[in-house]
Design a protein around this ligand. Structure first.
Ligand code: FMN
Length: 224
């Protein structure tokens, strides 16, 4: 799913302060950047993962409501490739309604202990059923049943309602594979811009932004 871990950073596993200092010192230079943001993301993700970060694939997904309100929550990145950033959710949830309506999303990865942030802005589209099916089969049975039990984003009168719905799903699927719900699946955010932020001393942080340009990417340095 993700590219390999980052070389000698691996030796500093679980010692985030040492890793942070290394990154603060070396920074993020034009010459060191990969040619495209997905490769650069793989590099950083490998390093963050190797440093022992807990749930490094958590990201804030920001959407916008029909009447212009921003709306943000965490989701888990499950795949990234040249086509974009993939996560999974309930297609009747608030976020899904907002994504289907506006077709736009922002993603923010906050690896603050390493003084790193990645910001993505792009267009969001549902995955096709085959791709969602493939991921569904890798989920633990409990998570699959939980998806059946949850009308995500709807108001519930109490926890008992959820527990009863879970028990009903257990009964419904007893002794057989749990099928994917039609209204559960993935989205892919195709990035139009990706910014890599590396904290540096004296607030002279490095900000490098890739912007899609034709079939390639333009890179700009932004003021911190
Ligand atoms: C670390 C973390 C990871 C999460 N990952 C997901 C996810 O991958 N998919 C999902 O639907 N909700 C995930 N959630 C729950 C969402 O943040 C949110 O509560 C839920 O999706 C409902 O959002 P909505 O009502 O805006 O649609 C996660 C929450 C946290 C804190």
């Amino acid at each position: 799913m993700f590219a390999g871990a980052g070389g000698d950073v691996l030796t500093a596993r679980m010692d985030l302060s040492r890793v942070r200092e290394t990154y603060e010192t070396t920074g993020l230079d034009e010459a060191d950047l990969a040619a495209d943001p997905v490769t650069q993301f793989h590099r950083w993700f490998g390093e963050v993962e190797a440093a022992g970060y807990w749930e490094p694939n958590a990201m804030v997904l920001s959407t916008v409501t029909a009447d212009g309100w921003p709306s943000a929550r965490n989701v888990l990145l499950k795949r990234i490739d040249d086509r974009g950033f993939v996560f999974f959710t309930n297609y009747t949830s608030d976020k899904a309604i907002e994504l289907d309506d506006a077709g736009r999303a922002a993603l923010t990865f906050s690896w603050t202990e390493l003084r790193r942030q990645v910001r993505v802005v792009g267009t969001a589209r549902r995955l096709d059923d085959d791709e969602s099916d493939l991921y569904w089969t890798t989920r633990p049975r409990g998570s699959q049943l939980g998806a059946w039990a949850s009308d995500q984003s709807a108001v519930v009168s109490g926890r008992a309602v959820l527990e009863q719905a879970f028990a009903a799903a257990e009964e419904q699927w007893a002794g057989r594979d749990v099928e994917r719900l039609d209204h559960w699946g993935g989205y892919r955010v195709r990035p139009d811009s990706v910014e890599f932020w590396q904290g540096r001393p004296d607030r002279l942080h490095d900000r490098m932004r890739f912007r899609r340009s034709g079939n390639g990417w333009d890179v700009e340095r932004l003021s911190p």
